[in-house]
Design a protein around this ligand. Structure first.
Ligand SMILES: NC(=O)c1ccc[n+]([C@@H]2O[C@H](COP(=O)([O-])OP(=O)(O)OC[C@H]3O[C@@H](n4cnc5c(N)ncnc54)[C@H](OP(=O)(O)O)[C@@H]3O)[C@@H](O)[C@H]2O)c1
Length: 350
C-alpha cells in the first residue's frame, strides 16, 4: 500500500480509502444489498492486512449501523491512532428547522451520535455529506469549528458541492478564523468526469485533497456490461439512476478499460483505479467481498503510460449531473443561500 498526506492536513492516508456504504443492516436503510457484521469484519480485517488505514462511513449509511460495524471492527483489529476515520453528517431536517434548532446545535447532535455509533471519542475527518440550502453556512462552519475545538474531529471535509461553494465557504472560514475544509469527496470516475471542469483545478490550487466516491461507478468500471449478476447490480437503484441514462456512451470507455486490462494482464478494476489514482489523493472504493478490496489495493501498484491515460479519456463527453449533485440547488429557484448570520436567517434559533 502507498500513503500520502491528505491535502493541507497532517493525516497520512492510504491511497485507497475503504468506503463503508456497503456495510450495515440491510433491513435498516437505503440499500438492500449491504453486508452483515460478520462479512464486514472479514473485509475490514483483510483491508488492514493490505495496509489500508483510511475508512469512509456516514451517519446516513443503514441508519448508523455502518458506523457501528466499522467502529467495532477497528476497535478489535487495529490501533485507533494508526487509523484515519471519516464520517459524514446530513443537513438539518424539516423538524429541526421547524423547532428552531440551529446549524451549530445540529452538528453537535450529529457528531455526538456518530461518535457513539463508532464507539470513538474523535474522528479524523468530519464531512458535510451534502450542501444544506436551508441553513446559513456560517452556522455550519461555526458548528464544525466547535467540533474541532472540542477535539471531536481533527479536520473537516465536504462532499457533493460545487467548486464555488467550497471556495466561498473556505474564504468565510478563513475570515472568521474557523477550520477550513481540507478534502472534497465528489462523484468522479472514468465515466463521470464533471469534477474536472472546476473542482479538480481548484483543489490543485489550494492543496485540497480529492477523495472521489463511486470510483468504480458502483461496479460498472469493474466488468463489461451484461457481466453483472451481483446482488448489488440487481438492486442498487441509486446507481441505476446515476448511470443507466448514459450507459451507451459510457460503453465505449468501459470497453477501452477492458482492452487495457487484457494488455496488462490485470483486472478492469485495476485499470480504472490506476487512472483515478493519477488524478486524486485517495479514491473511496466500495467493497462487499474480500476480492473487491484486494483488487483495489493492487491498483496502487499499476502505472499507466500517458498514451494509455489519453486513450481512456479521449471518448468522454460531458454528462448531466446525477445523484446528489443533481439536487444541489435551492428548492425555489428565486431563493438565495444565506451565508452569514448578519443576513436574514432561514430557520434561525428561536
Ligand atoms: N459522499 C457521497 O454522497 C457518496 C455517495 C456514494 C458513495 N460514497 C462512498 O464511496 C464508497 C464507494 O462508492 P460505491 O460503492 O458507489 O462505488 P464503487 O467503489 O464505484 O463500486 C463498488 C462496487 O464495485 C464492484 N467492485 C469493487 N471492487 C471490485 C473488484 N476488485 N472487482 C470487481 N468488482 C469490484 C462491486 O460491485 P458488485 O457488488 O456489483 O460486484 C462493489 O460493490 C461508498 O462505500 C461510500 O463510502 C459516498
Amino acid at each position: 500500500m502507498k500513503f500520502t498526506k491528505l491535502g493541507n492536513s497532517d493525516l497520512n492516508v492510504s491511497r485507497i480509502c475503504l468506503g463503508c456504504m456497503g456495510f450495515g443492516d440491510p433491513g435498516r436503510g437505503q440499500h438492500s444489498w449491504t453486508v452483515d457484521e460478520e462479512q464486514t469484519r472479514g473485509i475490514i480485517r483483510r483491508s488492514l492486512e493490505l495496509g489500508v488505514n483510511f475508512y469512509d462511513t456516514a451517519i446516513a449509511y443503514q441508519s448508523g449501523t455502518s458506523e457501528q460495524y466499522l467502529g467495532r471492527a477497528l476497535r478489535d483489529f487495529a490501533k485507533r491512532e494508526d487509523m484515519v476515520v471519516a464520517t459524514k453528517f446530513l443537513p438539518r431536517t424539516p423538524e429541526e428547522i421547524e423547532k428552531g434548532v440551529s446549524g451549530q446545535r445540529h452538528i453537535e447532535t450529529m457528531i455526538d451520535t456518530s461518535l457513539k455509533n463508532l464507539g470513538m471519542d474523535y474522528v479524523d475527518l468530519y464531512i458535510c455529506h451534502m450542501w444544506d440550502w436551508q441553513t446559513p453556512i456560517y452556522d455550519i462552519l461555526e458548528g464544525l469549528n466547535n467540533a474541532v475545538k472540542a477535539g471531536k474531529t481533527r479536520y473537516i471535509g465536504i462532499s457533493n458541492c460545487f467548486a464555488w461553494q467550497i471556495a466561498k465557504a473556505n474564504a468565510l472560514a478563513e475570515k472568521e478564523g474557523f477550520a477550513k475544509f481540507v478534502s472534497v469527496q465528489g462523484h468522479y470516475n472514468l465515466i463521470f468526469r464533471e469534477e474536472e471542469r472546476e473542482m479538480v483545478p481548484y483543489c490543485a490550487e489550494e492543496n485540497i485533497a480529492l477523495t472521489p466516491y463511486s470510483a468504480l461507478a458502483s461496479g460498472r468500471l469493474s466488468r463489461l456490461p451484461g457481466e453483472g449478476g451481483t446482488k448489488r447490480a440487481e438492486e442498487d437503484v441509486y446507481a441505476k439512476f446515476k448511470y443507466d441514462a448514459t450507459a451507451q456512451q459510457d460503453g465505449v470507455i468501459i470497453s477501452r478499460v477492458a482492452e487495457l486490462a487484457r494488455k496488462h494482464g490485470v483486472t478492469m478494476t485495476e485499470i480504472s483505479l490506476a487512472w483515478l489514482l493519477t488524478k486524486a489523493t485517495s479514491p473511496v472504493v466500495g467493497a462487499t467481498k474480500l476480492h473487491h478490496i484486494e483488487g483495489a489495493a493492487k491498483a496502487t501498484e499499476l502505472a499507466l503510460t500517458d498514451d494509455e491515460i489519453t486513450y481512456l479519456e479521449e471518448p468522454y463527453l460531458p454528462h448531466p449531473l446525477a445523484g446528489v449533485m443533481a439536487q444541489n440547488k435551492p428548492a425555489n429557484a428565486k431563493e438565495k443561500h444565506v451565508w452569514s448570520t448578519g443576513d436574514q436567517k432561514i430557520g434561525a434559533e428561536k
